[in-house]
Design a protein around this ligand. Structure first.
Ligand SMILES: Cc1cc2nc3c(=O)[nH]c(=O)nc-3n(C[C@H](O)[C@H](O)[C@H](O)COP(=O)(O)OP(=O)(O)OC[C@H]3O[C@@H](n4cnc5c(N)ncnc54)[C@H](O)[C@@H]3O)c2cc1C
Length: 384
């Protein structure tokens, strides 16, 4: 049996990969430099400013992995409606009733998603390891792959890199990336609302970049502000009352009064690995692709990678190259397509050049008109 898998990176995607592969019989070693106490995270009341819009595909995966029931018992916010505005005018709306669903997706704190997956580890063949220094080297031949740390050398049949956008494993495997840094940055602002649970997530397009509201489990919500890096740097240095004032000036009116809890600024990167597979090393999640978060797709794509890899592998011989190549073939084009769609939105909505404006109005009108095109766009947004 050749089923030993080393997974480097135990974030949302790495933890999902560990549970998914261990459930299929793989012997998993998960290496994470910041391990968590899952029970504590699921029970505490520390609200994470990093949240993800989890689509229906990801929800099903999390259900299959046993994580979703735990999440439903903590702080999740199902959303029923998704809207886009421009200059205060509604240009696009999707409602759960249009697809006969109870919800379109959930907004969930990242650390809760990670913890709900980590809490599945006991009882599965998963060993968690932490090393004080990064891996020094990866060596491989046709039979095995070895990851070398100062403290230990681990021999495996397959290494999965889920160590995020700056993947060290990707570098050690010699896989290059293509990409760039967007001009816009993004500020997440955690607020506490006076209003009851919100079920609509909306985005307002502006020439400087969109602003959005992601309703979290009441009374919290996340405001997203895309703008130039220097503008957001200045905003991040404001006191909470002054940031609240800036929100009044820059965002559409919010449902009732609110308090600013915390904010953080993220650079926006587009990055795609030139290959997902190098012998017995395979890239999954942000290690393979980092996408503009405009439509909240990053971790959803990562979860699709996990499902595709699990399906592609032969658990008698997990490092079989043709299966790894089948995974790459299935996912690389899909991820590239989503990245290009986000780029079209980013460039199309962040300027006022007249032909572009006309084109985007036409595209949105088409997407918004009732009928098969709208249903198709909605299904895609839900990850179906
Ligand atoms: C502002 C913003 C908003 C977003 N909103 C959404 C959204 O609404 N919906 C959505 O789907 N996506 C969203 N995303 C994208 C999403 O956050 C990422 O796609 C997701 O976090 C990627 O998960 P990952 O597990 O692949 O990588 P990461 O989250 O980067 O996790 C990597 C893990 O590996 C560990 N690690 C790193 N290096 C090493 C090493 N050398 N050794 C051991 N461990 C290591 C880290 O500690 C971490 O636990 C957003 C991103 C941003 C920036």
């Amino acid at each position: 049996m050749k089923n030993k898998v080393v997974i480097v990176g135990g974030g949302m995607v790495g933890a999902a990969a560990a549970v998914s592969l261990a459930k299929k019989g793989a012997e998993v070693v998960l290496i994470e430099h910041s391990p968590i106490n899952a029970t504590k995270v699921l029970e505490d009341n520390n609200i994470d400013i990093r949240v993800s819009a989890i689509n229906r595909f990801s929800e099903r995966l999390l259900d299959n992995l046993g994580a979703m029931p735990l999440l439903r018992a903590t702080r999740v916010a199902p959303y029923h409606r998704l809207s886009a505005f421009e200059s205060g005018r509604n240009i696009l709306s999707f409602d759960k009733s249009e697809v006969n669903a109870t919800h379109l997706g959930h907004i969930i704190e990242n650390r809760l998603i990670q913890a709900s997956l980590w809490s599945q580890f006991p009882g599965l063949p998963i060993t968690v390891k932490t090393f004080s220094t990064p891996a020094r080297n990866i060596q491989q031949d046709t039979e095995k792959v070895v990851i070398v740390y100062d403290e230990e050398e681990i021999v495996a049949d397959l290494i999965i890199a889920t160590d995020g956008g700056r993947s060290q494993v990707r570098k050690l495997a010699g896989i290059g990336v293509t990409g760039w840094q967007y001009q816009q940055h993004c500020m997440g602002i955690l607020i506490k609302l006076e209003a009851p649970q919100q079920t609509e997530t909306w985005q307002q397009f502006k020439a400087t970049g969109p602003v959005a509201l992601l309703p979290m489990h009441a009374p919290y919500a996340n405001l997203i502000w895309y703008d130039r890096g220097d503008t957001l740097k200045r905003a991040s240095q404001l006191t909470k009352p002054l940031l609240k004032q800036a929100i009044f000036e820059h965002f559409p009116s919010l449902p009732g009064d609110f308090d600013v809890i915390e904010s953080a600024v993220f650079p926006l990167t587009r990055q795609h690995a030139n290959d997902y597979v190098q012998g017995r090393v395979v890239l999954v999640g942000d290690a393979a692709h980092t996408i503009n978060p405009l439509a909240g797709q990053g971790v959803n794509l990562g979860f699709k990678d996990v499902a595709a890899l699990t399906e592609a592998l032969d658990f008698e011989d997990v490092g079989h190259l043709s299966n790894l190549n089948a995974y790459q073939k299935r996912r690389r084009f899909d991820n590239a397509l989503m990245m290009s769609t986000m780029d079209a939105c980013y460039f199309g909505f962040s300027n006022e050049i007249r032909p572009l404006r006309l084109f985007r109005e036409l595209a949105l009108r088409l997407a918004n008109s009732a009928g098969p095109i709208k249903a198709q766009v909605l299904k895609h947004a839900m990850g179906e």
